[in-house]
Design a protein around this ligand. Structure first.
Ligand code: T1G
Length: 695
């Protein structure tokens, strides 16, 4: 919990309080009680001249214990707010030695202190908005008073941590030192001796000419980064209070808004995703990796291969990027260079960092360059014959212990593994475009893929900042298998009376990053057209099929890349413009199908598309293609733009109630036929009164 150590210094005795609560020194009820006891002991000991508060290992503190939210433990006294007020009011100087990551309530603890020293490797942040709450222990009131409005708004609304050096520049810490405890002791004693004044937060209103622009840009920043989330906007309202109210009043307002958020659906959804991502990243087997991945080959320098190569280089890995010709390689390389130059212009990387990353990528047109690779990721044309040819050649040139992975988005990994002599070292690594940005990685386990290989790839995924989700072999794995049903309903709704803009608008208002039709235009309509043509011979003739997308493709309209698809696009613009030619085509398809068009509500659009996802997802869980429903939530939030404030399709279904979801699906089953056959798992859960989150 919290240990007290007395240090005898020339200038007097100092009590060092150390938070010890692995794995991240989260401040839950037990730590609060222990810290309270140790604080009182230190402050009441007349021989103690000053106090230093610090953490252990990599963490000062990862913040309040999120698992205690909405439980009786959250109300155990003292609250974090009370502890911080006690620290702030202490007669003796209390200085924080920020030995490592200090987030949320952990950082707020330091804001009550009379000085702060950080280790050079420390990260300091208030990420609460990512959990759908706000800094609820004084962060919105003290941080602006310490470092000014603009910097505080960026930290509170952006939710991203700053480095120790940035914190020093902001004035958030007084010093950065390799021995933060020793430096903090020194600082505390100089304050005790009156040599230095304690940094006390002024309790009066900041009374500054509030640049309304500061709050307007913060709100715009919040809307851009966390569209549809209410927590960032509530946090801004709290920060605004610092201009007009005293600290105590502002703290009360902040407490009220925190309670409103922590009891709300959005925060419960976002905390669900936080824990779901960590659960997904744990493999069922604890067998360790049998190879350390340092050098990775990538076959194909197209959009995906280039993005994958960047992801790997960004994480410090050595990459061999291979194409079948110099021309293709140079085209791919040019794209990579342009992407890095854009990132550099946006300030994400310095010129040196771009050079370092590019230097990690060796270009090649020769399979022999894969001879010393630990892993090779194939990101070539989505065609089984092409992939089999590539894997045969990889099998011949790569080390026997090298792992061979395909970035295929839906093809059969077992069929690919079958052409190699090492099926136990073959799997899928399905990245999402743009691969250097999207966090999701579907790791496809083949029938013979070994646990040691899965462990190696999961370890790599975390190192390159991806969220790995273990999925099984089927057409489309998890994400794409579900998205087929989602887009099918969107196409049917077009024929039944909705326009592309209405469907996309309804789903964006629901919170999707982009509607299905605009998404199709961005991805390229020809890709799914090729899949539909491949599936045509085996498509059951009695099932309804919409010709809308095929007709659009037959007109050579493949989306943004051809200047028109479901929408049309001005040259150089990605802005979708409704196109009467498409509306006429849709009406023609409806007439041919004998469909009488009607007005369709946003609610029906959302239920027909989102419940189609939920129903198929329940079948995926039942088939064992995903380990659990929350893994599917991770797939959809991290890879398909599902709003994190709704927690993913399964959490959303639990929130609206599975009985309602099942009743609606049964109604759709009557109206629209066997596509809507309810998933037996859904029926079973409703029968037994359980939810997806009970699995
Ligand atoms: N509470 C409870 N458990 C936590 C936790 C927390 N704050 N942070 C991490 N864990 C668990 C996590 O679930 C996992 O558990 C294990 O610790 C290791 O985590 C009042 C209200 C700190 C950067 O938002 O960002 O303070 O899976 O795998 O990669 O204003 O965890 O092993 O069972 O992520 O080294 C604000 C959230 C809280 C920080 C470490 N704090 N945590 O990353 O390890 S709200 C946060 C993180 C608050 C105040 C408000 C990261 C990390 P398990 P991990 P990591």
């Amino acid at each position: 919990m919290v240990k007290l150590e007395l240090r005898e210094m020339d200038a007097g005795r100092v009590a060092v309080l150390r938070i010890e609560n692995p794995p991240v020194n989260s401040v839950g009820s037990a730590v609060r009680v222990s810290l309270d006891e140790q604080l009182k002991a230190a402050l009441s000991d007349a021989s103690v001249k000053a106090v230093v508060l610090t953490g252990t290992a990599r963490f000062f503190s990862g913040g309040a214990d999120i698992r205690e939210f909405n439980t009786p433990k959250a109300a155990v006294r003292p609250s974090l707010r009370e502890l911080i007020a006690q620290i702030e009011a202490a007669e003796k100087p209390i200085v924080a030695a920020i030995n490592g990551t200090a987030l949320g309530g952990g950082l707020e603890l330091t804001l009550g202190c009379h000085g702060r020293v950080a280790d050079p490797t420390a990260k300091l942040g208030l990420p609460e908005v990512k959990l759908g709450v706000l800094p609820g222990a004084g962060g919105t009131q003290r941080l602006p008073r310490l470092i000014g409005l603009d910097a505080a708004l960026e930290i509170i609304v952006g939710g991203e941590p700053v480095t120790a050096q940035q914190a020093l520049e902001y004035g958030l810490v007084d010093d950065v030192d390799n021995d933060p405890v020793a430096k903090a002791i020194e600082l505390a004693l100089t304050i005790a001796q009156g040599v230095r004044a304690p940094r006390r937060v002024d309790h009066d209103p900041m009374d500054m000419p509030a640049s309304a622009a500061a709050f307007d840009s913060a709100r715009k920043n919040a809307e851009r980064r966390y569209r549809g989330c209410i927590a960032p906007l509530e946090a801004i309202a709290c920060v605004e209070k610092t201009l007009t109210t005293k600290l105590e009043e502002g703290l009360e307002f902040e407490r009220d808004r925190f309670q409103y958020l922590v009891n709300g659906d959005q925060s419960k959804a976002q905390r669900h995703i936080f824990f779901a991502e960590r659960k997904a990243a744990k493999l069922p087997s604890d067998e360790p990796a049998d190879v350390k991945i340092r050098r990775v080959g990538v076959v194909g320098a197209g959009t995906m291969g280039g993005g994958i190569a960047m992801s790997l280089a960004n994480a410090g890995l050595s990459v061999v990027l291979m194409e079948q010709s110099d021309a293709a390689l140079e085209r791919g390389w040019g794209t990579i260079v342009r992407n890095y130059e854009t990132s550099q212009r946006r300030g994400r990387f310095t010129a040196e960092e771009v050079e370092e990353r590019l230097a990690r990528i060796q270009r090649s047109v020769d399979y022999a360059d894969f001879a010393d690779a630990d892993l090779v990721i194939e990101a070539a044309f989505e065609d089984m014959a092409v992939k089999k040819e590539i894997f045969s050649r990889l099998d011949a040139v790569c080390r026997p212990d090298a792992i061979l992975a395909s970035n295929t988005s839906r093809l059969d990994i077992d069929e690919i593994a079958g052409v190699t002599s090492r099926p136990e070292r073959v799997l899928g690594m399905h990245f999402f475009s743009p691969a250097n940005v999207m966090r999701l990685l579907e790791v496809v386990k083949g029938a013979q893929t070994s646990n040691a290989v899965l462990a190696a790839v999961f370890g790599l995924a975390t190192r390159i900042g991806k969220v790995p989700v273990l999925v099984g072999v089927c057409d489309g794995f998890v994400g794409n298998r579900m998205v087929s049903h989602y887009t099918r309903e969107a196409y049917f709704l077009l024929e039944e009376g909705a326009t592309p803009a209405q469907i996309d608008g309804a789903l964006r208002r629901f919170g999707m990053a982009m509607g299905p039709l605009q998404m199709q235009d961005m991805a390229g309509l020809d890709i799914s057209w090729a899949a539909r043509k491949r599936q045509a011979p085996t498509r059951p003739a009695h099932l309804r099929y919409s010709k809308v997308a095929d007709r659009i493709c037959e007109m050579g309209r493949f989306g943004q890349k051809t200047g028109s698809g479901f929408y049309r696009y001005e040259p150089g613009s990605r802005e979708p413009i409704p196109d009467p030619e498409v509306h006429a085509l849709i009406e023609q398809c409806a007439a041919e199908a004998g469909i009488v068009r009607r007005d369709i509500s946003d609610e029906e659009i959302v239920e027909r598309t989102i419940f189609a996802l939920v129903n198929e997802a329940a079948k995926i869980v039942q088939d064992g293609i995903a380990q659990r429903p929350s893994d599917i939530d991770v797939v959809y939030v991290a890879g398909y733009g599902f709003p994190m404030f709704r927690g993913g399709p399964m959490f959303y279904a639990d929130t609206v109630g599975l009985e309602h979801v099942l009743n609606t699906i049964q109604r759709f089953h009557k109206e629209h036929g066997e596509f809507w056959t309810p998933a037996p798992l859904l029926e079973e859960l409703v029968r037994s009164g359980r939810r997806f989150s009970d699995l």
